[in-house]
Design a protein around this ligand. Structure first.
Ligand code: SAH
Length: 349
């Protein structure tokens, strides 16, 4: 049994691909020993390409208005108790100014699907950001917008786009989303983004309701085939105002195990330690780094926005999660032998 698992792990380490059934075996074989074995290989592979560098991104949560109704999400449109906000152009630009001074060279604008942010508005804003900070990358995480819109945002200068696929299993996708959202559309949007030229990121929650070994194996196989530039995975955390309020949160150790597997699937992938991981475990960020992660995304949003951008309960936003505390983050990374760099942090190799 152990021999078989080590054989599969070696194969992944050498070839960066596995059969669907082998991914399933690896997932089922998860235990502390396998976690450490894969983490070690993941660190080796990561250090060959990125050394000990940790890239930071300044996360700006621009709006919690959303036209969608994803069953797991705290800012879904049917959550009437959610206090809505949106940031103005000036507020977003002042987040960038603060972030630049702190050493951030990537700004990530994330939000619900909010029609207030038209293509014209965003294109103007992106152009201004790129003109003011020509040495910075702009990442967008604003949901599905259609190929033409994606194209305009890219033309305006946006560099990267994060759009988690959430799950690569059709039935599972349908159990997490209302009928108007489909896996087919989500995957098409991801292919469009890549074709347009974005550094494109997918990803999923670990331990989302209904997730199984089979759905996770499909996620890994899909990532292997899609070859994204980035991949965001974090534990599912219940939100009190959703139908999954009573469900269990995802497991931190399994999340780290999957991060290591993803590093081995695509050695140069930009792989972040997510806020959800840091929310469930105060050492979540370090655990992620030691599992092969090379990106951290501290929060640059104004305090009131941070609190209202509540995708799940008890979201971490103080301490090292706050961009202004980047010195604390640097010290934490130093303590485990890694170093935060002032760099756009593009894909290498
Ligand atoms: N509207 C944008 C941004 C979504 S929020 C978009 O659709 O891409 C970013 C991610 O947060 C989502 O893709 C989802 O995977 C994650 N998320 C939402 N609710 C969550 C929860 N309850 N627990 C953990 N992660 C959650």
């Amino acid at each position: 049994m152990r021999e078989r698992l080590v054989f599969i792990a070696d194969k992944l380490y050498k070839n960066h691909n596995l059969a669907l059934g082998e991914y399933a075996e690896l997932i089922d074989g998860y235990d502390a020993e396998m976690e450490e074995l894969l983490a070690k290989r993941a660190r080796t592979v990561r250090e060959e390409i990125y050394g000990k560098d940790v890239f930071i991104r300044g996360l700006i949560e621009i709006s919690n208005y959303c036209k969608n109704d994803c069953f797991y999400c705290g800012i879904r449109r049917s959550n009437k108790a959610c206090e809505r906000y949106r940031l103005s152009r000036e507020e977003i630009l002042s987040c960038c100014a603060e972030g630049y001074t702190l050493g951030f060279r990537t700004f990530v604008m994330q939000g619900g699907e909010d029609a207030f942010y038209t293509d014209d508005f965003l294109c103007d804003l992106i152009k201004e950001m790129k003109a003011t900070y020509p040495d910075c990358a702009v990442t967008l995480s604003l949901g599905e917008r259609g190929k033409e819109s994606f194209g305009r945002l890219f033309e305006a200068g946006a560099d990267r786009y994060l759009l988690r696929h959430e799950t690569a299993d059709e039935e599972h996708y349908a159990s997490l989303h209302p009928a108007e959202l489909t896996l087919a559309n989500r995957l098409q949007a991801l292919r469009d983004l890549k074709e347009i030229g974005f550094q494109t990121g997918c990803g999923f929650m670990v331990g989302s309701p209904g997730q199984t070994t089979e759905t996770l194996a499909k996620d890994l196989k899909w990532i292997e085939e899609f070859q994204p530039a980035m991949c965001g995975i974090g534990p599912f955390i219940p939100h009190h105002a959703t139908q999954f309020a009573q469900d269990k949160a995802g497991d931190v150790g399994l999340t780290c195990y999957l991060l290591s597997i993803i590093r081995l699937i695509k050695p140069n992938i930009l792989l972040p330690a997510t806020t959800a991981l840091a929310t469930l475990d105060e050492k979540g960020c370090e655990k992620g780094i030691l599992a092969g992660v090379n990106v951290v995304m501290p929060n640059l949003s104004p305090m009131s926005a941070k609190q209202k951008y509540e995708l799940y309960d008890n979201k971490a936003y103080g301490g090292s999660e706050a961009a202004k505390n980047v010195e604390e983050l640097k010290a934490r990374m130093d303590a485990i032998g890694y170093r935060v760099v002032t760099d756009r942090g593009d894909v290498r190799g």
